[in-house]
Write a protein that binds this ligand. Structure first.
Ligand SMILES: C[S@@+](CC[C@H](N)C(=O)[O-])C[C@H]1O[C@@H](n2cnc3c(N)ncnc32)[C@H](O)[C@@H]1O
Length: 216
């Protein structure tokens, strides 16, 4: 999703000055719009994809978890940054949307690195072993679920591991204590993270807001 809280020329400029997506990601974005119409706005922005790959590489991640896969854009960006032999556990509830993701994992040559778990993500995360440290996680699903996902992930995160949470600015409405929709849930999540003594965090004003949360 693009940043709607800035002058419209700024997000376009930012997008134009990041490393551009390759052909697989470009095709996926086009097909997602054709197949899902108005839902296509759920896909992360291309410059966020570039950033996710870079962050996964910088953390040297071997095990990653994604909450909210949709048609697969962010999962491809994350899986590409993993060390050789690394694995991404991708969580979603939609067989239809992840059916598209599966095709693009194949096209991107990533099938052997991504394991799809089709179930409510809270259930999937609670069932993850507690003795296999997660190096990197991306939260981008139902907003009221974020605190629950965060608690399950932070307990399993390796020291120095990173969680990225998307849509933390809610189209620029996040500072409005009276706003409705998903804003109250996201305000509660942002408060939870910034008060957590286990982590250092920063809310980046990229796209719809991306919070980086590093476990101490
Ligand atoms: C914003 S989209 C994810 C976009 C994706 N990260 C991308 O880059 O294309 C949110 C996804 O979360 C999934 N979702 C919603 N509620 C969920 C839940 N309780 N458990 C798992 N996935 C859920 C939806 O099916 C949808 O595919």
């Amino acid at each position: 999703m693009k940043a709607s809280y800035q002058d419209p020329s700024v997000p376009d400029y930012v997008a134009a000055h990041a490393t551009q997506p390759d052909q697989v990601l470009r095709e996926l974005a086009v097909e997602t719009t054709a197949l899902t119409g108005g839902h296509a706005g759920m896909q992360i922005a291309p410059e966020q994809g570039t950033l996710l790959t870079m962050l996964v590489q910088l953390t040297g991640a071997k095990l990653a978890v994604e909450v909210g896969t949709f048609t697969g854009y962010s999962s491809i960006c994350i899986a590409r940054g993993l060390v050789p032999g690394g694995k991404l556990i991708a969580c979603d509830v939609s067989e239809e949307w992840t059916g598209v993701a599966r095709r693009y994992w194949e096209k991107a040559g990533l099938t052997d690195r991504i394991e799809l778990r089709l179930a409510p993500a809270q259930q999937t995360l609670e069932a993850l072993p507690e003795d296999e440290p997660i190096d990197f996680a991306f939260i981008d699903a139902d907003k009221p679920g974020y605190p629950g996902y965060y608690h399950e992930l932070i307990d399993r995160l390796a020291p120095g591991g990173l969680i990225c949470a998307d849509n933390t600015l809610q189209g620029g409405r996040i500072a409005d204590a009276e706003a409705g929709g998903n804003v109250p849930a996201m305000r509660a999540f942002n408060d939870l993270v910034s008060a957590d003594p286990q982590v250092d965090s920063v809310l980046l004003p990229i796209a719809d807001g991306l919070t980086l949360i590093r476990k101490r």
